[in-house]
Design a protein around this ligand. Sequence first.
Ligand code: ZN
Length: 220
Amino acid sequence: MGLYFNHSGWLFSRFYSGAEWRLKGKEKEKTIYLTFDDGPVPQATPFVLDLLASYNIKATFFCVGDNIKKYPELYRRILQEGHRTANHTYNHLKGWAHADDYYFANIMACEAMMEKLEEDLDIPKEWKEVRLFRPPYGKMKSAQCDYLKTIYRIIMWDVITGDFDKIRGAEKCLRTAVKDSRDGSIIIFHDSLKAMDNLDYALPKYIEECLSKGYQFKTL
Ligand SMILES: [Zn+2]
């Protein structure tokens, strides 16, 4: 994975206490947790859903409230097809650039949007009771994390594909993803327009490679 620094310059990736980076040993079989950030959008999410359906694979989608508002049926489709959804703020905010109250209110606005659209859907009770959150850019203040972990499972990652980076290229994106993935890995892709060129190539091949190595895929 790349290096990510917080505002005071410390490598922060392992310092959000209580956040989940990798779920080694949670399942008996070798497992990878596919996650998709920043949707739902019509240019990318249906492609991902169709592909996952063709393999009967379930994944977790970290959704942006503003996109949920624009594309509520797409949000519902994610859940109707057996995937798990999670909160990624309403406006894709960088936690440490905002006051705590403002940041939390933005997260709650996303939550309200999600819950409204889930009301009449038959989804697992545990998913309604235990909610998931991932901070956009992986960035929030440790105090924000401390508060949010009293409400959410905070989900980070141990494998980042860089699929949003067009210069990086699809092949490199795929190779990095395959090389870094291990049992229990939580991997980030993006169901966003920006990532589509890389995703279109890398996601099906990544899935094939993981299946050939004996991995199963599960929701968080
Ligand atoms: Zn994001």
